[in-house]
Design a protein around this ligand. Structure first.
Ligand SMILES: Cc1cc2nc3c(=O)[nH]c(=O)nc-3n(C[C@H](O)[C@H](O)[C@H](O)COP(=O)(O)O)c2cc1C
Length: 304
């Protein structure tokens, strides 16, 4: 029997392993390494209504302990996504597809949601109100409790698809925002998006990133992300999609113990493209060793 089988906020999945938005392209980029259909779900790169060029200048910086990015949601926009990307995906991908949805205004979030809602093949929506690299929308929405609640409520009104709201760690009280988002119709919370950071080129005497600041991710953010998952688990009754620096089976187990029902793997896939396969195998082995009926038995175990 499959001990990893899970249902995450209404989405049936063969395992609780997903890929973090923006780190796995449009779902097929890693096909030379492994079959993406082994994943419980693929969370696609951030999508907006209109095409976006993304931010100018250098958009990635490596640090000794993680990476900074200021991609700025570069993507070809909804029409291209619907007519080209989805068709290509449907040829090879059978596992769940989750769209990571972004907007500059609440109206834009709503309009895009209405359009996504009509695509049957999309299993769920991850509402990104936490991108630190865009001027309008993004983190500015997620960090303002009133707007976070409003955008969630308005998007909820126009879709029946599972709605996962992705929150920013760059706030003082994330539990408060998580609860508001739950009260306004979210089916799940995704945490965390990147931490705001910067890097400096001392020879050029300039910031490395064209956008000056960028989103910090990778193994260094794991303790922060774990703490946030633990806190939010206490505050809400909806499931949590945990992410932030997961680079091993042990990390994934820690996130589940802190309260995540499913986890997304992100930056660490860049250094180890086989990570998703290793974590799925690792979780199976862990279930056997611990004689668990299902991996979900450990979700939130720290709180019991
Ligand atoms: C290059 C890059 C692009 C990203 N693009 C998006 C995005 O489009 N939408 C989004 O919600 N998160 C985006 N993220 C954030 C990740 O999905 C994830 O929340 C974050 O990186 C923390 O997980 P990690 O440390 O495992 O990467 C991006 C991260 C990186 C590194």
């Amino acid at each position: 029997m499959n001990k990893l089988k899970t249902n995450f906020c209404g989405i049936d999945m063969k395992n609780p392993i997903m890929t973090a938005s923006g780190t796995f392209g449009w779902g097929k980029e890693y096909s030379d390494y492994f079959d993406p259909n082994v994943l419980g779900a693929i969370v696609l790169k951030g999508l907006t209504l209109e095409p976006r060029k993304g931010n100018p200048g250098t958009r990635i910086a490596e640090t000794p302990s993680g990476m900074l990015n200021s991609i700025g949601l570069e993507n070809p926009g909804f029409e291209h996504f619907k007519n080209i990307t989805m068709k290509e995906l449907e040829e090879d991908i059978s596992t769940n597809l989750i769209v990571n949805l972004n907007g500059k205004t609440i109206e834009e979030y709503v309009e895009l949601t209405e359009k996504i809602d009509k695509i049957d093949r999309i299993a769920g929506i991850e509402l990104n109100i936490s991108c630190p690299n865009v001027k309008d929308g993004g983190m500015a929405f997620g960090a303002n409790p009133k707007i976070a609640a409003e955008v969630t409520r308005k998007v909820r009104e126009v879709t029946k698809k599972p709605l996962i709201v992705k929150l920013s760690p760059n706030v003082t009280d994330i539990s408060y925002i998580a609860k508001l988002v739950e009260d306004n119709g979210a089916d799940a919370i995704a945490i965390i998006n990147t931490l705001l950071g910067m890097a400096i080129d001392i020879e050029k005497k300039k910031p490395v990133l064209g956008n000056i600041f960028g989103g910090f991710s990778g193994p260094a953010v794991k303790p922060v992300a774990l703490r946030i998952v633990y806190q939010v688990y206490k505050a809400v009754n909806i499931p949590i999609l945990g992410m932030g620096g997961i680079s091993s089976t042990k990390d994934a187990i820690e996130f589940m113990m802190a309260g995540a029902s499913a986890v997304s793997l992100g930056t660490s896939i860049f250094t180890n493209p086989l990570l998703p396969v290793e974590v799925i195998e690792g979780l199976n082995k862990y279930c056997k060793e611990e004689k668990l009926k299902n991996i979900s038995d450990i979700v939130g175990i720290l709180h019991k």
